[in-house]
Write a protein that binds this ligand. Structure first.
Ligand SMILES: [Zn+2]
Length: 362
């Protein structure tokens, strides 16, 4: 029998897109009311490549939500200088470095085509134990889209680790049994994030009864076999696996056009959805490690001082759509460029957030 209520140390989100402008104002509070630290990805319209830009972005986020800790990675480019990384790390502006293979996903066209061009940066990072966060997909158009993660591990990640054995690595948003197996057994300092949506979606869910734009993201969900491997990994208690929602909002106009933008906006329901998956796997006792302990341990940060309580009751209020902040109240029918869809899992949500409190109330 699963418990119907669970209190865990407040979690962190080790991979999230808080975007910019009105989208940022709308989505940020949904992350920060749950997560204490949030890695806010640097793939903005102008990517974050300088410590000054990271500082400015952090300031904008803190203006929206003053009580969380935004962690900003530097957007890696082939011409990124080791000095820039070292300076940004020393001043606390850069938490990590983000490696987007060029063309792999949203706003990655300025990313890295040849990782060997970044050798000096990887050497500098290895010296200071700074993590490299990796979107692990090859972008060769010859490679089937469902094989891109596997091929990335074979053709890029294994040689990269061989070349830079002391580099600390997070392989992000795992989608395949192959990646789970690799991370579980790799003989290097490596961890991986797993999203809530990849624990509940397989590729059939994206295509059944018509195409579901709000179940479409990169890396695209794989087979049921892969999804089961992800669920086993997340709920295993293995300290290498940690929570990273990869919540990636797009306005409806970007999701409902000829080419659908990849990305799932999950932050309003992510933690209850993880709890639901762990309950289904009879592993609620492992949720705290995955959500709140493995991340800080890997990144050598203290555990959060608050705790959060979840309950096995469906949420009272789980809107399918949100209007962007500052949308005029008299706007009768929300316009596609002013609204966004919240991820709806294939099985309705059975868990909800109850409260957040100090760990030892006195
Ligand atoms: Zn992402």
């Amino acid at each position: 029998m699963n418990p119907t209520s669970l209190t865990i140390t407040q979690p962190d989100d080790w991979h999230c897109h808080l975007r910019e402008g009105r989208l940022m104002k709308t989505v940020t509070p949904y992350s920060t009311e749950v997560f204490s630290r949030v890695i806010a990805m640097p793939n903005l319209s102008k990517p974050i490549t300088s410590p000054e830009h990271a500082r400015l972005y952090k300031k904008q986020l803190l203006k929206i939500s003053p009580s969380f800790t935004p962690l900003i990675p530097c957007y890696l480019q082939e011409n990124t200088l080791p000095e820039t990384i070292l300076k940004g790390h020393e001043n606390g502006d850069f938490f990590a470095v983000k490696y987007y293979p060029r063309g792999a996903t949203t706003k990655s066209h300025l990313g890295v085509a040849n990782w060997k061009a970044c050798a000096a940066v990887f050497d500098a990072m290895s010296e200071i134990n700074m993590p490299l966060l990796i979107h692990g997909e090859v972008t060769d158009p010859q490679v089937d889209i469902f094989d891109r993660e596997k091929l990335f591990i074979q053709d890029i990640l294994i040689p990269l680790i061989a070349q830079h054995p002391k580099l600390k690595i997070v392989l992000e948003h795992l989608t395949s049994a192959h990646a789970v197996n690799f991370v579980s057994h790799a003989d290097t300092e490596i961890a991986a994030t797993i999203t809530a949506h990849h624990l509940v979606l397989n590729r059939t869910h994206i295509l059944e009864h018509g195409l579901h734009p709000h179940r479409f993201c990169y890396p695209v969900a794989k087979t049921e076999y892969d999804r089961q491997a992800l669920r086993r990994a997340a709920t295993s208690g293995n300290p290498r696996f940690m929570l990273g929602t990869d919540s990636a909002p797009h306005t409806l106009d970007a999701k409902h056009q000829h080419t659908i933008s990849p990305g799932i906006f999950s932050s309003p329901i992510a933690l209850p959805l993880y709890a639901q998956v762990f309950a289904e796997e009879h592993a609620l006792d492992k949720l705290e490690a995955f959500a709140s302990i493995n991340g800080p341990q890997f990144h050598k940060l203290p555990l959060n001082t608050k705790s959060i309580t979840l309950k096995a009751i469906p949420p009272q209020d789980n809107p399918s759509y949100l209007s962007l902040s500052e949308t005029p109240a008299n706007t009768k029918k929300p316009k596609p460029h002013l609204s966004l869809a919240v991820f709806q899992p294939p099985i309705p949500l059975q868990w909800s957030l109850s409260s957040i409190q100090n760990k030892n109330p006195s």
